[in-house]
Design a protein around this ligand. Structure first.
Ligand SMILES: Cc1cc2nc3c(=O)[nH]c(=O)nc-3n(C[C@H](O)[C@H](O)[C@H](O)COP(=O)(O)OP(=O)(O)OC[C@H]3O[C@@H](n4cnc5c(N)ncnc54)[C@H](O)[C@@H]3O)c2cc1C
Length: 336
């Protein structure tokens, strides 16, 4: 991680030695401003997806700036699972190791800041940050993830990622066989029930109000011994995020050791939507097969546009890096 001052120094040192193709370097350094502030690609979001893209781009000698505000969605989770070679590692350790490896490529810089504004000026994108710095790039990649919106149930946010879990693949094995709850209703809760009943046979659904299951779903829930609790949930009993029960509307406490829940979410970074990038029905960025959004030159990868897992973030990031490099290579090649 570098400060703004260190960043400017590092960029200045680098700009003399960059192996950027001649046409691109000269296009950047003549009439378009300070070369230290100019990049082939700016990646907003320096977690798993952004770092993975940066590696593909760094290895392709692209001048890359990663801008990151340091708030990955899994930051409260003690251990990350189901990403091969890193099973059980602390989320931060995975990202730190990735950052170290990515920054070995001298054309990649990491900058701690919040990206706030983006506009197109000629063939370049101009990105402004919270600290007031402005950078220019030929391509923009958003690897900005999602922001989970915590329900207003006391204790929920303290337990999020520790004993309140969103994904059975990530954390289900660790709580297998335990008395487990699902906080949800309708199809989402039913889907969780089908999945989680593979991991425990002590399962209840807390609908936090009137249940909304079809007759067929009710029948299957009954056959699988899954209890449906329709009372409102008042609060969650926990010790440092480790829950032990749910306090219900009638004052009783239902004892459980783990809870699955899928809170609603929003795009962590508003810039792509403000610019007019299209979203899917689920609120994810809509992409083509080259990870490009509906606005040419703006790409996305990771949670903001894909299934939520570290493996997928790394995979889509790598794909985005390769796709952007291909686009740049073609543009430069065809200029000759
Ligand atoms: C609680 C929890 C536990 C999880 N556990 C697991 C697990 O065990 N195994 C697994 O495979 N997956 C797990 N996941 C899913 C996994 O964490 C995500 O799929 C993964 O973090 C997505 O990576 P990403 O790079 O797309 O986004 P993130 O990791 O969320 O990173 C996005 C980055 O973009 C930055 N950013 C956003 N907006 C801006 C801006 N405007 N300017 C600058 N920077 C910005 C953020 O600060 C952040 O650093 C978990 C998720 C959650 C919520």
């Amino acid at each position: 991680m570098i400060t703004r001052r260190q960043f400017i120094i590092q960029s200045s040192l680098l700009s003399g030695t960059l192996a950027i193709p001649g046409t691109l370097m000269s296009a950047m350094t003549t009439d378009e401003g300070d070369p230290d502030q100019m990049f082939d690609v700016i990646i907003v979001g320096g977690s798993y997806a952004g770092l993975s893209a940066a590696m593909a781009l760094g290895r392709s000698l692209r001048k890359v700036l990663l801008i990151d505000s340091g708030l990955p969605c899994n930051r409260q989770t003690p251990h990350s699972h189901n990403f091969i070679t890193q099973d059980g590692a602390k989320p931060r350790e995975i990202a730190d190791k990735a950052r170290q490896q990515v920054l070995n490529y001298k054309t990649v810089s990491f900058y701690e800041d919040v990206a706030l504004k983006l506009r197109k000026t000629g063939n370049l994108f101009e990105l402004g940050t919270q600290s007031g710095t402005v950078f220019l790039a030929k391509k923009l990649l958003f690897a900005t993830g999602l922001k989970d919106i915590m329900p207003a149930i006391p204790g929920f946010s303290d337990c999020w990622g520790i004993s309140i879990l969103h994904c059975p693949y990530c954390h289900g094995y660790e709580v297998k066989g335990q008395k487990t709850g699902i906080l949800g209703n309708g199809n989402v809760a039913f889907h969780y029930a089908q999945l989680v009943s593979n991991l425990t046979d002590q399962l209840s659904i807390f609908t936090d109000g009137k249940a909304e299951f079809s007759a067929a779903q009710y029948q299957l829930l009954r056959k699988n011994n899954i209890q449906v609790v329709e009372q409102r949930v008042r609060s969650i009993v926990h010790n440092k995020g480790r829950l032990s029960g749910m306090v219900l509307q009638d004052g009783s406490t239902s004892t459980i050791g783990a809870l699955y829940a899928r809170p609603s979410f929003e795009q962590h970074c508003k810039i792509p939507v403000e610019l007019g990038c299209e979203l899917t029905e689920q609120g994810l960025l809509k992409l083509d097969t080259a990870q490009q959004t509906s606005i040419p030159g703006i790409y996305a990868c990771g949670d903001n546009s894909a299934f939520r897992s570290v493996a997928t973030a790394v995979s889509t990031g790598s794909h985005a890096g390769a796709a952007i490099n291909m686009a740049l290579s073609t543009e430069i090649f065809n200029l000759k």
